[in-house]
Design a protein around this ligand. Structure first.
Ligand code: ZN
Length: 255
């Protein structure tokens, strides 16, 4: 009985979300799904709350209503003029300029205050990579291997590529890639890992469903979930706001 009580007290579950990208419909759907799966102590957000999508202010407000921590993403900084959009494609740059007109002074203050790196439990949280938190994509084994030298914790959580994946680094110094399958448990063991939970608001792995993960500190497991949301509703909002059609179309295909 006492043992059970102690377990209950120390059990912590954390939601890991990334790249909401102003997609309020997807974000709300993820939060509802999360709630159905049980209580979450804290939401860990890996940046890019805004950019691309039609509801930047509403997404910031909704995130702020949750118990959360969040790091800065490239779109968060670009929308407040903290970085240039010269590396953005024309559609992303146009969406960024539109986003800037929709932010309240309170939103701007919030985005400006986001840190580049947060450490929680055994995890380092960044948007792109621990080496280059704002811009670098970790999509290859070589990039992942180099980045293992740039964080001290056992695990690192990244977003930015919008693709759910896991890179492992073993004691022999080899780095390898492993799938992050939906609804299958990822056991955290001795290996150091770089984990990407995929994107809430603009998935790019060919699956249009919103993607996020939950970490359970008691069982040392991370599980990835995919959630269908009303893509058409987000697309209609984007058209209404005059956002680029290529950005509207890609949501249907998850690319
Ligand atoms: Zn992004």
């Amino acid at each position: 009985m006492v043992k059970k009580l102690v377990y209950c007290l120390i059990r912590m579950r954390y939601a890991i979300i990334a790249d909401i990208h102003a997609n309020l419909t997807a974000f709300v759907t993820v939060l509802v799904d999360m709630e159905h799966r049980g209580e979450v102590e804290e939401v860990w957000c890996l940046g890019d709350i805004v950019g691309y999508g039609p509801d930047p202010h509403q997404c910031i407000e909704l995130l702020r209503q949750t118990n959360h921590v969040c790091v800065a993403g490239n779109h968060d900084w670009a929308a407040i003029g903290k970085i240039d959009t010269f590396e953005f494609n024309p559609d992303a740059a146009a969406a960024c300029q539109w986003t800037a007109t929709k932010l309240t002074p309170r939103d701007i203050t919030y985005l400006r205050g986001l840190p580049l790196v947060i450490e929680r439990d055994d995890f380092t949280l960044v948007h792109g990579s621990p080496r280059e938190p704002i811009w670098e994509y970790i999509l290859s084994i070589s990039a992942a291997k180099e980045n293992f030298a740039h964080f001290k914790s056992k695990f690192c959580l990244v977003g930015h590529s919008h693709v759910p994946l896991v890179f492992r680094y073993n004691h022999a110094g080899s780095c390898y890639f492993s799938q992050f399958p939906t609804n299958k448990v990822l056991m955290l063991g001795k290996e150091r890992l770089i984990i990407n939970p995929g994107a809430v608001g603009q998935p790019r792995d060919g699956d249009p469903r919103a993607s996020y993960a939950i970490y359970d500190s008691e069982t040392s497991q991370v599980e990835l979930y995919r959630v269908s949301y009303n893509v058409g509703a987000t697309q209609a909002r984007m058209v209404e706001q005059g956002l680029p059609m290529r950005l509207v179309a890609r949501l249907s295909r998850g690319v």
